[in-house]
Design a protein around this ligand. Structure first.
Ligand code: ADP
Ligand code: MG
Length: 427
């Protein structure tokens, strides 16, 4: 098969690495890609918002299958457009992608289907939203309805913070995404990321993961796109996985089919594991980043036939195998991220780092220039380790980081620490 992968981050590098290893892959292209992905795929400079250009490329290069990484093109209907042009594509339709594109849509679906989630209301008017906040008090959570690249949620510890968040969103700070807000109950528990591969009818659980959202050690500092992750997530026991499938994922697929928008693709449930069991925080309609980097390291089965089976609606008879090992990734970011940071700084030592046993390095924001690798984004590298335990996986990843020479970068030193403490309290 000739496959085109869309996206340019660490998630896409991990997917490209896994797909390139498939015997089913003849030729792999990636648009727009990055310097790491270029080691696995031929990079094509396509603008993902230009669906006609993507379709034209697929025709001229005899692409059999398109895999869409990020949410924005999915919510913009790229899968609908590709399929209408007769090109098979992995990912949800525009209508099904509302599960990520509109938090209000998902909350209403949960309410109508009895899916466990935080209590909530939707608002298009600031005064009504503020009345609701005053009646409920803090802590409380204010969310922009639409896609906001991780900047649309305020977990307010005080009423004033919540009122300010409503003003900020309705003032247009997040553009159209904040024209409607969802206000919801504050949930207490441990978070986990849960992934299921879906073909419209059937869902197969993938592995679970936990990520680290804050920029600095001990969960301090601003929120980021994710500074590290590990898999499996100890909190996702077999029982929690079963309940998540039965109480959240399966009812969602049923409801989406009933709406005439059967869900195909990866369904990524952000969960809060509460004392009452799993509750849905939000859905994403694509693979997680950086969770995918650790999932791909643990996946024993071939990814390509699994994605094709999801697209073709034949997952029922499918079986996926995973290595029992733990995988962990540490994100190296440019100093200043998630605020302003420098671009174009030189990264050295990557080959020596990749030579550490059990280590794989995925690029998130890099470009190649004159034989050098330069940083070109906020999150720049995903240094991943695989090991018999989270401790071993972490030791390998950090040993590789010690060999990377990039003075303008930083990373958290405590990725996986809680899981390691848990491992060590058990043994
Ligand atoms: N109801 C809630 N209770 C407690 N924390 C929440 C709640 N909703 C969101 N959060 C926190 O805010 C983060 C971001 O919220 P989420 O809905 O996942 O939005 P997004 O990922 O689109 O920014 C979550 O990972 C979680 O830490
Ligand atoms: Mg989230």
């Amino acid at each position: 098969m000739n496959i085109l992968l869309l996206g340019s981050g660490g998630r896409e590098h991990a997917l490209a690495w896994k797909m390139a290893a498939s015997p089913l892959t003849d030729k792999l292209y990636c648009a727009p890609g990055n310097a790491g992905i270029a080691q696995e795929a031929e990079i094509v400079p396509l603008e993902l918002g230009d669906h006609a250009a993507v379709i034209a490329f697929c025709r001229s290069h005899k692409i059999d299958f398109v895999v869409v990484g990020p949410e924005a093109p999915l919510c913009a209907g790229i899968v609908d457009d590709l399929e209408a042009a007769g090109i098979k594509a992995f990912g949800p339709s525009r209508k099904a992608a509302q599960l990520e594109g509109s938090k209000g849509f998902t909350k209403d679906l949960c309410r109508a289907t009895d899916i466990p989630t935080a209590a909530y209301e939707r608002f298009t008017d600031a005064e009504a939203a503020k009345d609701y906040l005053r009646r409920h008090g803090a802590p409380i959570v204010v969310k922009a309805d639409g896609l906001a690249a991780g900047k649309g949620v305020v977990v307010a510890e005080t009423l004033q913070q919540a009122l300010d968040a409503v003003d900020m969103m309705f003032a247009g700070a997040l553009g159209q995404a904040g024209a409607e807000v969802v206000i919801e109950e504050f949930l207490v528990g441990e978070e986990a990321s849960f992934f299921a591969l879906c073909d419209g009818e059937t869902a197969i659980p993938l592995a679970s993961a936990q990520d680290h959202k804050r920029a600095f050690d001990n969960d301090q500092g601003p929120n980021t796109g994710g500074m590290g992750a590990y898999s499996p997530a100890p909190v996702m026991t077999d029982e929690m996985t079963r309940r998540t499938m039965d109480e959240i994922i399966v009812p969602t697929l049923r409801a989406m089919s009933a709406l005439g928008a059967p869900y195909k693709g990866v369904l990524f449930a952000g969960l809060m594991i509460t004392s009452d069991g799993p509750k849905l925080i939000e859905y994403n309609v694509r693979f997680g980043d950086p969770e995918t980097q650790v999932l791909m390291l643990r996946m024993m089965s071939d990814l390509v036939p699994a994605l094709v089976a999801a697209r073709d609606g034949v997952l029922k008879s499918f079986d996926l195998r995973w290595y029992p090992d733990s995988a962990l990734t540490v994100v190296m970011a440019a100093k200043g991220y998630p605020g302003d940071y420098e671009k174009g700084t030189l990264i050295g030592g990557l080959d020596a780092a990749a030579a550490v046993e059990g280590v794989e390095i995925f690029h998130a924001g890099t470009r190649a220039e004159g034989g050098n690798i330069l940083a070109s984004g906020g999150r720049v590298l995903n240094v991943c380790g695989l090991g018999k335990s989270v401790r071993e996986a972490a030791a390998r990843a950090y040993a590789a980081i010690d060999r990377i020479d990039w003075p303008e970068g930083f990373c958290r030193q405590d990725i996986g620490r809680r899981a390691i403490e848990r491992e060590e309290s058990v043994t």
